[in-house]
Design a protein around this ligand. Structure first.
Ligand code: CP3
Length: 354
């Protein structure tokens, strides 16, 4: 295992760890990707999956938004389905659709066929992390993985889904099969994140993008124990850990519980539906918050964007007054592909000036 570097002056790591940052840190989910012409140029010559298993391309695509926008953190270029593909599940990432699974997981036998992830299956990812840590200088690198529920949704539905009905039907109707599936996916997520931590990432984020489809009671019964195991297994590394989902207003307390109880700095991602100051009252005191500009704001113009960005920074200050451990400026979900990259750069400069 490489020795973790110390970045005491990083505004992102300070805000995530409950220390006072020198400025409001800002980065964007999906900052590496289709909003950037330099990304589209590289992607024209490689499929998404080729790019995700090529250390040089992972490194270059991760660095692109850091160079261009001056964000306070890099996020590893990869995808939540990369460890599933690496572990032998046949799937592809289809442009403008998302992950598509050849043989959806529907039965206990399907679940039992899921193999554990071996470190060497994601060697290019580890290699890219090593390169990035040396190339990024003082900018921290965030590693990530999908949470077990969101991975389960893709595997059971066979692709993207609006209502996640087959997933929820398995969860409610076949709880033994469900928990076996969640246990296998939790193991995959832990192994993928452990690979990234061992290679030197400075923080991790777990994306439970679709958990907001669940009631709080069902989240607690069918998902929380598994997501908690992800964070408890990794906390010893001591890196800040962020737990993010969309439409999770009612789940924020439980999602904070999953990530907070293990001693490592805890951050909860908030989407644009919930004010950060309200979110602060739903999570344990000292939990940092990340968010929550509506990505659609960046499809409008500077006058609209400036007002909205200032409002999020002020809301973040109120959240800290209400007990949040810190505020990391981000969107409430990922950058939309049609966003003008110049507007993103201007938002970074504005946040830094406030
Ligand atoms: O944030 C970053 O810049 C790092 C890269 C990143 C990607 N996917 C690259 C990507 C991250 C963090 C993800 C996570 C991811 N992938 C999530 C969780 C975050 C979220 O958005 O809720 C989910 C649900 C996925 C699954 C997935 N992969 C979707 C829904 C899509 C988009 C489908 C489409 O084409 O609109 C993908 C593909 C994908 N992942 C792209 C990128 C840059 C586009 C691929 C392309 O170039 O065609």
């Amino acid at each position: 295992m490489s020795t973790r570097r110390e970045l005491p002056d990083s505004p992102f790591l300070a805000a995530a760890s409950g220390r006072k940052p020198s400025r409001v840190p800002v980065w964007f989910m999906r900052q590496a990707g289709r909003s950037l012409p330099e990304y589209r140029e590289l992607r024209a010559k490689n499929t998404m999956m080729q790019a995700c298993f090529d250390a040089e391309l992972i490194t270059e695509i991760t660095l692109q938004p850091v160079r261009r926008h001056g964000v306070d953190a890099a996020i590893l270029f990869s995808d939540i389905v990369v460890p599933l593909r690496a572990a032998g599940i046949e799937l592809d990432i289809v442009p403008d659709v998302g992950p598509v699974i050849d043989h959806p997981v529907r039965t206990l036998a399907d679940v039992q066929a899921i193999r554990p992830l071996e470190q060497q299956q994601v060697a290019p990812v580890a290699d890219a992390v090593t390169r990035l840590v040396s190339e990024l200088g003082e900018v921290p690198l965030i590693g990530f993985a999908g949470a077990p529920f969101t991975l389960a949704s893709y595997l059971v539905e066979g692709g993207p889904s609006r209502h996640h009905e087959r997933t929820k039907a398995m969860m409610l109707g076949e709880p033994a099969t469900w928990h076996a599936l969640m246990t296998a996916l939790t193991d995959v997520t832990i192994a993928f994140l452990q690979t990234q931590i061992s290679a030197g990432v400075d923080a991790i984020q777990v994306f439970d993008s679709w958990a907001g489809t669940l009631s709080l009671a069902d989240y607690r019964t069918y998902v929380l124990p598994h997501s908690t195991r992800v964070f408890s297994s990794l906390a010893a590394a001591g890196v800040p850990m962020t737990h993010f989902g969309v439409g999770t207003a009612e789940l924020l307390g439980a999602m904070a519980e999953a990530v907070s109880v293990h001693g490592a700095p805890a951050v909860v991602g908030v989407d644009w539906r919930t004010a950060l100051a309200d979110a602060a009252t739903r999570v344990p005191p000292g939990t940092a918050l990340q968010g929550n500009l509506d990505p659609v704001v960046l499809l409008t113009d500077w006058a609209v964007a400036e007002r909205a960005v200032r409002a999020v920074v002020e809301d973040g200050r109120r959240a800290v007054d209400h007990g949040a451990g810190g505020h990391v400026f981000n969107l409430g979900h990922g950058v939309l592909p049609s966003t003008e990259p110049e507007l993103i750069t201007d938002v970074v400069a504005l946040v830094h000036s406030l």
